[in-house]
Design a protein around this ligand. Sequence first.
Ligand code: ZN
Length: 452
Amino acid sequence: MEQFYAESEKLLQFIAQSPTSFHVIKNVEEQLKSGGFLALEEHQAWNLERGKSYYVTRNSSSLIAFQIPEQSYQGFQLISSHTDSPCFKVKELPELDADKKYTKLNVEKYGGMLMAPWFDRPLSVAGRVMVWAGDRIRQVLVNIDRDLLMIPNLAIHMNRKVNEGYAYNAQVDLCPVFGDETAKDSFLKLIAEEAGVDKKQIYGMDLFLYNRQRGTFWGAGNEFIASPRLDDLQCLYGSLQGFLEADAPQNISVLCAFDNEETGSVSRQGAGSTFLVDTLSRMNEALGGSGEDYRRLLAGSFMISADNAHAVHPNHQEMADPANRPQMNHGIVIKYNADQKYTTDAVSTAVFRRLCEYADVPYQTYANRSDMAGGSTLGNISNTQASLRCVDIGLAQLAMHSPYEMAGAKDVLYLKQVSKTFYESRIGISHEGIKIETREQESAFMDKKQNT
Ligand code: ZN
């Protein structure tokens, strides 16, 4: 278990340092830079070289990184995940008065969250502000790194039927208390201080509430983890580690981290935007490829859409499909849906199962109950922009979209391992079939199969 714990511990640290999508991207960029990746800007010309690695960001909240092999390549091999999680966004004119004795923050919902667990726990604010810096507007990331806010529950005495179900009203029930009456007019001052500027210099803000509780290991054998934002930072972190450790990719390796999945991916930087197709086509052009080359590359490409999956709930086992019942710590979950909310089909699942076997990583399957609608995720949405063979996968978790979610302590290492194997392999698709070349692993694997 040692290596499993070590990887999960690093995941929990990564999440603790990443309270918003902007911080996620900053931290991913740091890891890429120390791995030798070069930063590209969308508004500048790209001069790309074989054998080098690059990344580009959009809105500071989405990122695409790629490694170009030395030798010839036949496609892109991508893993996508998302940087955002459901939370509350601070509105313009953020302060509200209550009874002239409290100062509250005016917030609105971002994405579809479980509201109840946001109550009665220390929260704070993080995000970005745009500040006037004398000659231009600059972006500054902020994080008030202390227990700053609470959303108090109404006492049971005043809400006797709350345990029979309560319809939360985001405007009435969810405004966090920021201070007493002396806190009036101080919120933006606090943010400005954190940004190292004067309040008057702030011209714009994207600020979000986040849960202050740190990630932890729990369970009789410490077999589980709990943390904010496991959906989907567990997948982003695991695929990033596999991407960074992969040796000598044989196709163009691509890692995508998209913002705004929780609100439907339709934004300038979401999986439904042109960010992916812009980046892939520019990559092809900068490497001297024609329009036909680009379409051939897409036809030879393979994407893994990685977003967390529901484990069977211990108190609501009836909510899971009778046969496809994912468990935490039992490996990568492959997700299926006949309506193609998940992109997995016979072809892509076959490829992914082989990859798991090469990586010696367990896998399991997920489908919704046939009488329940599930959510959709990145794969089918980004396919409307760049059509790629795709499999939808995730890691099993509980309490999805709570500000404190639960998952298995082993699974992030499994994802790292299969991601590494994926990026080191060349998946060749032709009318004769699909070949997965895994750099000497193919023959070693065949030997192992024959010997067992
Ligand atoms: Zn997700």
